[in-house]
Write a protein that binds this ligand. Structure first.
Ligand code: NAI
Length: 459
C-alpha cells in the first residue's frame, strides 16, 4: 500500500517525537498526531515552541520546521483516522491499578478504546501499527476487535515497538540501532519499512513475526533495567568493602562481552517504562505458570526498590537519625537528565520516605514545575495535599533550594549541577553540610576540600 497520510493516536513522549521525525524525513507524507487531551494538543500547537508539552533536545527545532507543512496536531481523531492509510497507536499502557492483575499487568483499556474507535470510523483499508509497548499477543486482541465491525474494511496489524530513550529521543530516532517491524502481511511490513527507509538503512530494519516483535520490546527493557539493578547490587557491596563501584563498572565494562553502557550505579532507575514493562513480563510469565522465570525478573524491581529505600535510610541515619523539621535540598526531580518526565522518578519515592520522617524538602529541577512535583506526591496518597504542599516546595534557583539546608540530595544527573558555585552553597548551608550524591556526578575530593561531608553510591 502506498502511504500518503499517517495518523498517530497519542501525542505523548513517544508519539510526538517519533512522528515529528517521520514527518521531517518524509516531506511527502502528511502526518497528523491526535489526542483526547486538548490541553496537550494546544501545547503542541503553541506558536512558541519552548512551550511544547515535552522537552527533548532537538525536538522543538524539528516541530518548528515541519508543523503546519506536513505535521499536524489535532483533537479531531475520527477525521484523522478516516483519511489515513496507516494508523499508529501510541497511547499509554500503564500498570493496572484495579481488578485482576492490579499492580502487575498492563492496562490495555486505552489501546482497546483506540481499536474500537478505528473499527467504528474506518471506511477504507488500514494498516494499524502498535507503537505502544504491549504484552505479547495483544495484536490478536486488536485484530479481533477490528475484524468484528461488520464492514468490509481490511485491517493489517503490525507491531513496531519504540526503542527511543527519553532525553536522547531525537538522536535515537534519527540514528536508531535498529527498527523492528513484526507482522504477517509482507505488503504491510514493506509499507512501513519504506517510511523508515527514507533515513534508516534497510539492513537495520528487522522484520519478524508479530509475537517476537511484541516480546522483544519487553525483553529489551527487562535486560536494560537488569543491568542497572545488577550494578546497584554491587554498589552496596562496594560500600561495605571499600571497593569503588565506578572503578568496578569501568573494569568490567571494558570486557567486550559485557560492554560499558548502562553500568552507572545510582539511587535507582525510574521512568514510565522499566518497572511497568518488567511487571508486565512477570505477570505474563506467571499467567503461563512459569514461576522461576517470573521470580527471576521480579528481582530486578525488588532490588531497585531496595536501592531507593537504602538511599533515603542512609541520609536519615547520617543526619543523626532524624530529619524532622530539617530542610533537605533536592537537586533534580525528573527521572533522568534532559527530560521533564517525572514518572516513577526515584526522587518521588525518596521524598515520600523523608516526608514520613517529617523532613522539609526544597526542590530545584531545571525542567520540572512545583505543580508537577505536588501532583506526583499527591498521586501516592501518603498524606494530604495540604501537607505535601506545606512540606515540599520547588524553588526558582538551586541556591534557594540549598540555602540553610542540612543536606543536598542529588536525584537527577543534570549536567548543570556540576557547574554550580559549590563554595557559595557550602557557605550558605547548615553545618556540617552533607551531600548525598545519588548519581555520583560530583568529585568527592573537591567537595571534601570545600568542607562538605560527601557520600555517594557504591564508594
Ligand atoms: P504518554 O502518556 O506520554 O502519551 C500517551 C497519550 O495518549 C496521552 O497524551 C493520552 O492523552 C493519549 N491517549 C490515551 N488514550 C487515548 C485515546 N483513546 N485516544 C486518543 N489519545 C489517547 O505515553 P508515552 O510515554 O508516549 O508512551 C506511550 C507508549 O509508548 C506506552 O505504551 C509506552 O510504554 C511506550 N514507550 C514509551 C517510551 C518512553 O520513553 N516514554 C519508550 C518506548 C515505548
Amino acid at each position: 500500500m502506498k502511504v500518503t497520510k499517517i495518523c498517530c493516536i497519542g501525542a505523548g513522549y513517544v508519539g510526538g517525537p517519533t512522528m515529528a521525525v517521520i514527518a521531517k524525513k518524509n516531506p511527502n507524507i502528511k502526518v497528523t498526531i491526535v489526542d483526547i487531551n486538548k490541553a496537550r494538543i494546544d501545547a503542541w500547537n503553541d506558536p512558541d515552541v519552548s512551550k511544547l508539552p515535552i522537552y527533548e533536545p532537538g525536538l522543538a527545532e524539528i516541530v518548528k520546521e515541519t508543523r503546519g507543512k506536513n505535521l499536524f496536531f489535532s483533537t479531531e481523531i475520527d477525521k484523522a483516522i478516516n483519511e489515513s492509510e496507516m494508523i499508529f497507536i501510541s497511547v499509554n499502557t500503564p500498570t493496572k491499578t484495579y481488578g485482576k492483575g492490579k499492580g502487575m499487568a498492563a492496562d490495555l483499556k486505552y489501546v482497546e478504546l483506540c481499536a474500537r474507535n478505528i473499527a467504528e470510523v474506518a471506511k477504507t483499508d488500514k494498516i494499524v501499527v502498535e507503537k505502544s509497548t504491549l504484552p505479547v499477543r495483544t495484536a490478536q486482541a486488536i485484530k479481533s476487535i477490528l475484524d468484528n465491525t461488520g464492514s468490509n474494511v481490511n485491517f493489517e496489524i503490525l507491531s513496531n515497538p519504540e526503542f527511543l530513550a527519553e532525553g536522547t529521543a531525537i538522536q535515537d530516532l534519527l540514528n536508531p540501532d535498529r527498527v523492528l517491524i513484526g507482522g504477517e502481511s509482507k505488503d504491510a511490513i514493506e509499507s512501513l519499512a519504506n517510511i523508515y527507509g527514507s533515513w534508516v538503512p534497510q539492513a537495520q530494519i528487522l522484520r519478524t513475526n508479530v509475537w517476537s516483535s511484541e516480546l522483544s520490546k519487553l525483553t529489551a527493557n527487562a535486560f536494560l533495567a537488569q543491568r542497572i539493578s545488577s550494578i546497584n547490587a554491587i554498589s552496596e557491596l562496594c560500600e561495605k568493602t571499600e571497593a569503588n563501584v565506578d572503578e568496578v563498572a569501568k573494569a568490567i565494562g571494558m570486557d567486550s562481552r559485557i560492554g560499558p553502557k548502562f553500568l552507572k550505579s545510582s539511587v535507582g532507575f525510574g521512568g514510565s517504562c522499566f518497572q511497568k514493562d518488567i511487571l508486565n513480563l512477570v505477570y505474563i510469565a506467571r499467567s503461563y505458570n512459569l514461576q522461576a522465570v517470573a521470580d527471576y525478573w521480579e528481582q530486578v524491581i525488588i532490588l531497585n526498590d531496595h536501592q531507593k529505600r537504602r538511599f533515603a535510610d542512609h541520609l536519615i541515619s547520617t543526619l543523626y537519625n532524624t530529619v524532622s523539621g530539617k530542610k533537605i535540598g533536592f537537586l533534580g526531580w525528573a527521572f533522568k537528565k534532559d527530560t521533564n518526565d517525572t514518572r516513577e522518578s526515584a526522587a518521588i519515592y525518596v521524598a515520600d520516605h523523608l516526608l514520613n520522617e517529617q523532613a522539609n524538602i526544597a526542590v530545584y529541577d531545571p525542567k520540572v514545575s512545583n505543580e508537577k512535583i505536588q501532583s506526583d506526591l499527591n498521586y501516592l496518597n501518603t498524606r494530604s495535599e495540604e501537607e505535601n504542599n506545606k512540606l515540599v516546595q520547588a524553588t526558582d534557583t538551586p541556591y534557594e533550594a540549598l540555602k540553610d539546608a542540612h543536606a543536598v540530595a542529588i536525584m537527577t544527573e543534570w549536567d548543570e549541577f556540576k557547574t554550580y558555585d559549590w563554595e557559595k552553597i557550602y557557605t550558605e548551608m547548615k553545618k556540617p553540610a552533607f551531600i548525598f550524591d545519588g548519581r555520583n556526578i560530583l568529585n568527592k575530593s573537591e567537595m571534601e576540600k570545600i568542607g562538605f561531608e560527601y557520600s555517594s553510591i557504591g564508594q
